[in-house]
Design a binder for this molecule. Structure first.
Ligand SMILES: [Zn+2]
Length: 263
């Protein structure tokens, strides 16, 4: 069972209900990892995002006292990669409602701080909507918003974008690419087909760096980047950068005093 330096259990699901019942839940910082069940090229498994979400959150939580990692959201929206065999995509309405129910359960049990640690680009917008929807649902006839549940949506790659970009030798990175392949090699090289790493890019339209559509129609392998340039050294550096970015957020949320409800 994974514990932090103070001997506290790191995983939420490793606690019994009585242990959680006696915990100071208003001070605990919950972490909800968000990944995907999604194609990651011919060389990485469908677990790539969820495995990264689980590993990064576990490592970061062990470094900050009072953090509990929830079971990962594996099934999330993956619209643009839906036509690759294996991807499981949840519609935004279903997903938003599902995440809201999780937040509601935690709120009812007295948890007041939560960090969503998302590694999957396809879930970013729906998670943002889910948090807003939760606050809206908690409103009363005279007052909107559950201001006594502090929820922070942390997109794990965002603080490290410049650093990872500098590390990249290929033309670009973004999906099952040099960075994600390096991370997977570092975390568990058995999950990587090292002799099948491709280089391929989503063909952006001139001046339009945004793509939502059937990725399979324009990209044979289901990747955006040069996976041939991946290495365990890059994976270790990338992993540490993602963990450091999350630790910074966890420290800030830990220090934050959540006000009593004003509703
Ligand atoms: Zn990914």
């Amino acid at each position: 069972m994974k514990t932090n330096a103070a001997g506290e259990k790191v995983f939420y699901a490793d606690y019994t209900w009585k242990e959680l019942d006696t915990l100071d839940r208003s001070k605990a910082v919950l972490i909800l990892p968000s990944g995907s069940v999604e194609e990651h090229g011919p060389h990485l498994t469908l677990a790539s995002d969820s495995a990264a979400a689980e590993a990064v959150t576990a490592e970061a939580a062990a470094k900050v006292p009072g953090c509990l990692v929830m079971p990962c959201l594996w099934y999330t929206p993956s619209v643009d990669t839906s036509n690759y065999t294996g991807t499981v995509s949840i519609s935004s309405n279903t997903f938003t409602s599902y995440v809201c129910d999780i937040l509601l359960s935690l709120y009812r049990h007295g948890f007041r701080k939560l960090v969503i640690a998302n590694v999957h680009g396809g879930a970013k917008t729906a998670l943002d909507v889910a948090v807003r929807e939760f606050h809206a649902r908690m409103g009363t006839a005279s007052k909107a918003y559950a201001d006594d549940f502090f929820i922070h949506l942390h997109n794990v790659y965002v603080p490290a974008i410049a650093y990872l970009g500098e590390m990249t030798e290929g033309k670009d990175w973004g999906h099952a690419c040099e960075i994600e392949t390096s991370l997977d090699i570092y975390m568990d090289s058995d999950r990587v087909k090292l002799d099948e790493t491709p280089e391929e890019y989503i063909p952006w339209r001139e001046g339009l760096e945004w793509y939502i559509g059937d990725m399979r129609a324009v990209n044979e392998n289901g990747i955006h980047g040069d996976a041939t340039k991946a290495s365990v050294e890059k994976g270790e550096k990338a992993f540490k950068a993602l963990v450091d970015g999350l630790v910074e957020i966890l420290e800030a949320v830990r220090k934050f005093n959540v006000p009593p409800s004003s509703r």
